[in-house]
Design a protein around this ligand. Sequence first.
Ligand code: B3K
Ligand code: ZN
Length: 853
Amino acid sequence: PHVIRREDYRAPDWMVPEIALDFDLDAAVTTVHAVLKVERNGSDAGPLRLDGDGLTPESVRVDGREAEYHMDGDTLVVPLDGAMHHVETVVRIAPERNTQLMGLYASGGNLCTQCEAEGFRRITFFPDRPDVLTRYRVRMEADKTRYPVLLSNGDPVASGDLDHGRHWAEWNDPFPKPCYLFALVAGDLAVNRGTFTTRSGREVQLGIWVREKDLAKTEHALEALKTSMAWDERVYGREYDLDVFNIVAVDDFNFGAMENKGLNIFNSRYILADPDTATDQDYDAIAGVVAHEYFHNWSGNRITCRDWFQLSLKEGFTVFRDQSFSADQGSAAVKRIEDVRALRAAQFPEDAGPLAHPIRPDSFIEISNFYTATIYNKGAEVIRMMATMLGPQKFRAATDLYFSRFDGTAATCEDFVRCMEEAGEIDLSQFRLWYSQAGTPRVTASLSHEQGSDRALLTLRQSVPATPGQPDKQPMVLPLKLKLFSETDGSAFGPEQLVLLSDLESEIAFEGVSERPVLSINRGFSAPVVIETDRSAADLAFLSAHDDDPFARYEAMQQLMLDTMIAGVLHGRTDHAPVIEAVANTLGDERLDAAFIAEAVLLPSENFVGDQMATVDPDAIHRVREALRRDLGRSLEGLWRQAYEASRADRFELTPAAKGARRLRTVSLGYINAGGAPDAAGLAFLQFEQADNMSDRQGALGVLANGSSDKRVAALDIFYNRYSDNGLVLDKWFSTQALSGRDDTLDQVEQLARHKDFTLANPNRARSLVGAFSVNQRAFHDASGRGYRFLADQLLALDKLNPQTAAKLLPPLGRWRRFDADRAEKMRAELERILATPGLSKDMFEQAERSLK
Ligand code: B3K
Ligand code: ZN
């Protein structure tokens, strides 16, 4: 397969200022008639090359006349003289046979599109690259009974009825956009309408479109949309620019949602919510994704990417924006903890493995493989570091400059950084390494204090690990927030400082430090790095109780738990007492809110423990972690029961406080159960049965599904029967079982793959079983290698239907270097088997090939 390189970027030979698209819609055969106004860009005399994917031209006309053309593979080549022409093509496509869910496809009887990154070429011939900006006029014609609603980007212009029960509608989008932002929806949909008045007085008609039966579950998304619109005005000065903003929810979708101009299309899991079917986490994710897609209207649509290597320009920045939005809606500290946990769960392993790449990659075979945690989440951390270094006023000035300077254009990461430099009055030359170097930097910090002196000395050293294609790294700029504390009275030696570590090694002296201080470093997770310190268990316990930065408190507790578990894995024995005492202190601290406590007392995941070890021993990690959980549960049983009772609610509310209480309740239940209390299963079953919301119900189900009480099967059956007509909840039923810590999880998962409700054709369902199972470290890494074979079998089957979603599920197999020789060999063998399969997609090929290196 062909490798595309960033350094090969060339401006397009032809621009397409306007397009008129005419769709004759039908699930079996849709005819697409396109008229492109094309203008030569620059002096090259080259032909017009239009990308296609599986398209056959039925007719090609230039300026009204039948034209000569030829195909170069999938590309339509039209020789053209002169500087401006109208090029007309007709193609036929088959939406109902489109299992890739890219281009125009059918979902639940409706028709919808997904074009990012390169799906538009599956709809019509076009220069499918983000730096070609075009004004769209779209006419759709369809059967009125099956497809009463016809939507596209921009504003509706006109509509009318036709003979034979058909009708038509026309939409016009005044904003030039890249073709990846094109969208169309035709279907039988109901709408929840709202309005939003922008600060300059424009009234925007909002609509959330779903199937009739789901209409009652759209209120939360609609409210989140309004809140996002107001937030972007207030925080970034960004106003909405069209008269309508529509969101459509569909069940079959390759990822979360898509920011098409004026017509966002969503995976229904990020729209639909009511207390009976959605957890608090679901509610928060809906608000976050609605905000994310809305924010793209400026960071992505008004200013788009010059080429796909710049993807983090829109994604990193927009994730940072949605994270800040969510932080403003509830507890900022808990949100930061969740974001860092997600970064460590998905991005750190990626950065440490064969698929590591910089946030601005240098090459790819299939761009779909680069919608990664690195581009999104590390990309957001890079923006966050610049925001930290600039401070709020200058950061706002810099984003204002960026939005005004590049509005209406396709920009680069470099353009963004230059705005930060100019408005921030700061030199980011060395900081730019964050865009080009992959790998998670490591910082070792050691603090010394001579007894009787008034001075402490902090030595910081950084290193950036080698990653594929990048054996040698330069030192980076790491903004580290730090503070020193007195162990005697908990007071601080001076205020928090922001240290920019830019050398390999640096020494910082602190004056006025009269006793041995305790170091609080990388507060708020100011840099996305790994910190290694020589802090003792006592120091960590102290910080977990006294640090005034809630993130740092959480972090100290996590480190203490981690050190304890690693010692257990390495030496077979470990002292649980410091963890138990620290957890007891946190549980008993009345100044802390329930949401924070629930996060702080959770043990780091088995995967995260594994990530810290030279060779992962999944069974030992599971054993040691379970032992610590049991001990915590048993020793603090009284406190857990207290927390469990105190967080009981008499009615359902969606306030941050109520959500925090529910979280702590289920975490406490988990510990009561882990401690082996004889009534634990009964308690869980009671919570399961009496729940008036999905958080409590699924929380209890998770506890039961992990155990071996006779209530386990009963609860799973009740849950299944109660929700058998709700796909999103059935996904939870599958993933709860796939994530179970039971010994027989692998057998269960193999059986579930044969369940009548399991299908690979729906990406959510595929991920709920296959995706969830592959992050269940102990079950997936079963010494027999059966877990690996199961994953490879599923991937190969899915690759035939939907390569993009299949390839996204491959990375767990690529982590073979981190396991013992026996497991590594079995993992490699599955990768080899995948690679040797005839007809493999280029998506899978790229992922499997890179994973073997
Ligand atoms: N921009 C889309 C992601 C498209 C993924 C294509 N493989 C959603 C988002 O990030 O907002
Ligand atoms: Zn995005």
